[in-house]
Each structure stands twice: as C-alpha cells, then as structure tokens.
Design a binder for this molecule. Sequence first.
Ligand code: NAD
Length: 293
Amino acid sequence: MSVLRSATLLDGDALAEGLRRQMTARAAQLRRHGITPCMATVLVGENVASASYIGRKHADCAEIGIEARDIRLPADTAMPALLDQVAALNAEAAVHGLMVQLPLPGALDDDTALAAVSPAKDIDGLHPENLGRLLAGAPDLLTTGLLPCTPHAILQLLRHHAVPLSGARVAVIGRGPLVGRPLAMLLSLKGIDAEVTLLHSASRDLAEVTRRADVVIAAAGQPGLVTAQMIRPGAAVVGVGITYGADGRMVSDIAADVARVAGWVTPPHGSVGALTRAALLQNLLMIAERDLA
Ligand code: NAD
C-alpha cells in the first residue's frame, strides 16, 4: 500500500550540501589569510563502519578545502600509545581540531580518549568540559561553543525548515550520550526555549507523551519505533536512529506512515549523517577562524 505523503521533507542531505558550500567559502577565506584549516582523525583498528565514517569525513574535507590527517593505529594499540598520539595532535599548532573515532576496540576506554582531546580542539563537542558548558547553559554557547555534532545537526535542520521551537513541546526518545541526552540540553537552552521531555527504554508510555508533542525526535535505533498513531497531526518528526534492513538499506526509527500525519518528517531511509559531518567541520572552521583575530 502506498503512503500518501503530506508532510514537508526534512532533507538533511540537501541542507548538508548547502552547509558544505558555505564552508567552502569560509575555508577559502581562511586560506587567503594564510591559514590552512586542518583536521586530524584517529582511527584504531579495522571496524568497517568506523572506517567508512572516517572516509566520508575526509571526502567532505577534500570538497570543502580542509586539510585532513588520517591517523590509523593498529587494533592492539595500548591506551598510553593512543593518549600519546592524541597529546601530540593537541600540541601541534597546525592542527585546529581532532577527533578519535568511537567505539574504540578491545579494552581501550572511550571516555578516557574523549577526555584526552584538548577541549579547545574538540570538534566532536563531546569533551566533558564542552558538555559541561552545555549543561550549564553558557550564554555564548550557540555562537561560539563547540556543540556536539548530531544534536547541533538536528537543531540546524529544524531551524532551516522554520519549525517553531520556542515554547514547543519536544519529545526526545533515547538518552544516549551522543544524541538524546545532549540534544535535550541543547533544545532547552535559553534562546531556543523548547520544553523537552527525555524518553528512554524505561519510559512507561511513549505514545502518551509523543501525542502531545509539537516535535518528536527519535534516537533509539529501533526501526519504525514511532508510528502515525503516536503523532499529533502537523507535528515535526525527526528520525536519528538508524538500523540496516535485510536488503542492506538504512531504516529509520520513524515508520513510513508518519508522513501522512506529520507536518514535517525526515525520509524513511535517511538520517542526519551528512548533516552531523557538516556540524563537525563547522566546529573545525570555528576553531581555525579564531586564528584570524
Ligand atoms: P544509545 O544506544 O546510546 O542510546 C539509545 C537510547 O535509546 C537509549 O537511551 C535507550 O534507552 C533508548 N531506547 C532504546 N529502545 C527504546 C524504546 N523502545 N523506547 C524508548 N527508548 C528506547 O545510542 P546513541 O549513540 O544515542 O544513538 C542512537 C541512535 O542514533 C543509533 O541508532 C545510532 O546509530 C544513531 N545515531 C545516528 C547518528 C547520525 O549522525 N545519523 C549519530 C549518532 C547516532
């Protein structure tokens, strides 16, 4: 049965393309001032998905005009060696920002690696100091802060489509440290002013909350978790969680029938991946532009 689409598509890929064009101009401006924006990524081991994510980040850098260092370490790297590598990149003035691709293999500790990155070069926006500023609601955060990439991507997607957020009831499904939890903090900041409810696997009745929400954002990694019956007509619905179906296609947390009732919705086989990478490089350029002052 075909699903009649009435909702406006929240097309993250299209917005990401526009942001990459803007960033190309910013990178060119930096080069005119003798500054070569430079990012470094550290990948430990051979995880196929991680290697693919790193490859896409480097492709974006090549398109925009950002120099990118691709540092690969063997899967049996010990924590001190990884921390030495991160410390060397922290110390190198030519490197404006860096990230360690997670999850790390074996006994390597993700949180220790995140905390080792200099907070001033933390393009993931996941260092405890940068997350702390988000939690504290630092007043200049939206203009000068290093924001976590996926939450910032979602905020930009909603703003680009003029989805009202001030005073809006937003239901965020998933309390993970990369998406749901920091997103709830971001959307409730003064200046964005959403009223956020954070739902998770122990929540008793998701639908009871989502049916009252103006915006529903699912970052659970459960295919088709959010269905049309759970959505107030006209609401904005964002799928962040992704899984892969038997055919290898990406499947959203948002069921296809949501498009019949929502006012705005992300594509059924889409995600905010390209937009997340754009937010990463926005952080990088913001750091590099500090050298202009
Ligand atoms: P996570 O495993 O840390 O968190 C998942 C959260 O979902 C948990 O808080 C859990 O309580 C909640 N959850 C699971 N099932 C639920 C249910 N039935 N009802 C209510 N809550 C439920 O994962 P994460 O790192 O936060 O990522 C979440 C999803 O977003 C994953 O699918 C991941 O692949 C995706 N993701 C996408 C991007 C992107 O750029 N597109 C970036 C990061 C994560």
